[in-house]
Design a protein around this ligand. Structure first.
Ligand SMILES: [Zn+2]
Length: 586
């Protein structure tokens, strides 16, 4: 039996399915511009998912003007489309070259590096297929625009649709931030910007505002620094001698996962081979559990008793400049993000900067081999005396983003304790692979330096450690100053010197290797290593000085002294160096 359907009902069905299709076409048109790069970023596993998700949400907002003014749909979509197309082309071009997401750091590099350098980059990275990609992108946008049609919603329908779009995307997060979590306006606006930033055209617009703001903060710090008086009575033990002094700062590397320190897995094959050339310090800890907080103390005279010295006294970079060194800062860490303003400031204290990581999220794929070329060109600089800081991304989360596929070495449970289930074992594998890659990076830097055959010295220390299910009850990955454990602070540190360096400085550091030390006082050790002494130099805080005095190794926030704790290290035993990792709670 045939079912009779009235013509009206058929029309209504057709209308509703076609208005759904129209809605879909319109959304697709707006999403396309942000989506194209985000899909590529996800396909290449370049970064975490959050940017993609935000692009999906934010693309709904463009439907609001089209819903409210359906008669002008074509014109509105054309105007918005041109703006989105222009900024998306930039993001896409950036992806084609760097396989990463456009961010405010890119603007920083664009505006702060010299034009010759920028055009050099363009020439270096230009590939014949790139213009074809941009043309295809433009045609795809044109094709999607052709399919755009006005939405025939009733006024009530329009209102509901607009509310459904705006309320969850902007109103609810705003209420949550301002009225439930009682955040400051500054924070509320910052959160809103962060939510919008991954979508076009906000990548560029918000990126620009963020960049201007961070730049302002950084310049204020630089002005303060430039007003500081130089260190008094500076004496240089190596005055008049050429020399290249390198400080490599690692990231999130606990020495408890280094083969060089007795970890049972072969995580440091290259450094093991170079062992005889290294002075390896076995009991050094960091004073804090995050990069900037550590470097504020390690690179300046700030410590537990002098937390303000970060900005009231010169830094290591100032010291080296004052001693006549040309100073370089090469970093594979993010530059001008809000969190990293202090790092950008430190880098700007040097004469020359090379920034190799412009990703928006720390959790993005970016390898430390990025620093090799800038390191070589710094070494090639004709200056007689050079101080080069290399700041690595090391073994920072996400661990699997820290090494290329050929370094995927630890895959099974070999060498791992029983308390790790398979998921945890997989995390430890990625961490250990990152350590192994870091070993390759460090060895390469030293070999490059060695090949120059100059008077040179390289010191490595990790900024802080990391707990990777190392401490009972073996549930925690990362760092937490509120619940400090030894792996979070137990860092690797060593000094390498060239034969030419040893000629006029045959001193063996063997006497200092097992001293318990906090890098809160690192500037004093560095001064000694560089042969620089001045009013305010305190030999008792230098790890390599005969007048060294052992102090408690405090960890925590020095502006909240009552909350600080002393990190305890187990006594050194022969088994520890023979292959038993000291997996102990603090
Ligand atoms: Zn760090």
């Amino acid at each position: 039996m045939k079912t009779m359907v009235s013509p009206e009902a058929m029309g209504a069905e057709k209308a509703s399915s076609s208005s759904f299709l129209r809605f879909l076409n319109l959304y697709l048109f707006f999403f396309y511009f942000s989506g194209v790069t985000h899909v590529l970023l996800q396909m290449t596993d370049a970064t975490i998912f959050i940017g993609f998700r935000q692009a999906v949400y934010m693309s709904f907002l463009w439907l609001v003007p089209v819903l409210l003014l359906p008669r002008h749909t074509k014109a509105i979509t054309a105007i918005i489309g041109i703006v989105l197309w222009a900024t998306s082309l930039l993001s896409l071009a950036y992806f084609c070259v760097y396989h990463q997401e456009f961010s405010q750091s890119v603007l920083y590099i664009l505006f702060e590096s010299n034009p010759a350098e920028s055009s050099e980059y363009v020439a270096q990275y230009f590939k014949w297929w790139m213009p074809l990609v941009y043309i295809a992108h433009t045609f795809a946008a044109w094709f999607l625009w052709q399919r755009v049609q006005p939405l025939a919603f009733s006024w009530r329908g329009k209102l509901v649709a607009c509310l459904l779009i705006i309320v969850p995307i902007h109103v609810l997060p705003f209420i949550e931030d301002r009225f439930i979590s009682h955040q400051s306006w500054d924070r509320v606006i910052d959160h809103m910007q962060r939510r919008m930033e991954p979508a076009e055209p906000w990548q560029l617009v918000m990126g620009y505002f963020q960049y201007r703001r961070q730049l302002g903060n950084m310049q204020a710090l630089l002005e303060k620094n430039s007003a500081l008086p130089p260190l008094a009575n500076l004496q240089d033990q190596y005055a008049g001698k050429p020399g290249t002094l390198v400080l490599v700062i690692g990231e999130s590397s606990t020495r408890l996962h280094w083969g060089l320190y007795g970890y049972p897995r072969d995580t440091t094959p290259n450094l093991d081979k170079m062992k005889d050339q290294l002075s390896i310090f076995t009991r050094v800890v960091s004073p804090r559990a995050s990069t900037i907080e550590v470097l504020e103390q390690a690179l300046t005279f700030a410590d537990r008793d002098n937390p303000d010295a970060v900005m009231t006294k010169p830094s290591i970079m100032n010291l080296m400049k004052q001693a006549g060194y040309k100073t370089f800062w090469i970093t594979n860490q993010q530059t001008i993000t809000k969190r990293n303003t202090m790092l950008a400031y430190f880098s700007q204290l040097a004469d020359v900067q090379r920034y190799t990581n412009n990703t928006r999220y720390q959790n993005s794929r970016e390898y430390d081999s990025n620093v090799f070329k800038p390191f070589e060109s710094a070494l090639a600089d004709p200056a007689q005396r050079k101080f080069i800081v290399v700041h690595l991304l090391g073994t920072h989360m996400k661990y699997e983003y820290r090494y290329p596929p050929e370094f995927d070495y630890f895959k099974d449970r070999t060498g791992l304790p029983d308390w790790l289930d398979d998921n945890k074992a997989q995390v430890v594998n990625t961490y250990d692979n990152a350590v192994r890659y870091n070993d390759y990076v460090l060895a390469t830097l030293m070999k490059t330096l060695q090949a120059k055959g100059e008077r040179s010295m390289l010191t490595f220390m990790s900024d802080h450690g990391e707990d990777v299910y190392d401490t009972p009850p073996y549930e925690f990955v990362g760092r937490n100053e509120g619940n400090p454990t030894l792996p979070m602070f137990a860092i690797p540190m060593f000094v390498w010197t060239s034969d030419q360096w040893k000629q006029d400085n045959p001193q063996n550091l063997g006497f200092a290797l097992n001293r318990e030390y906090s890098t809160a006082y690192f500037e004093q050790t560095w001064s000694d290593l560089a042969g620089l002494h001045y009013s305010g130099f305190d030999p008792s805080k230098s790890l390599v000085n005969t007048a060294f005095v052992q102090r408690p190794t405090w960890v925590g926030d020095p502006t909240f002294r009552d909350g600080m704790r002393e990190i305890q290290q187990p006594a050194l035993s022969s088994t520890q160096l023979a292959g038993q990792p000291p997996r102990l709670a603090q």
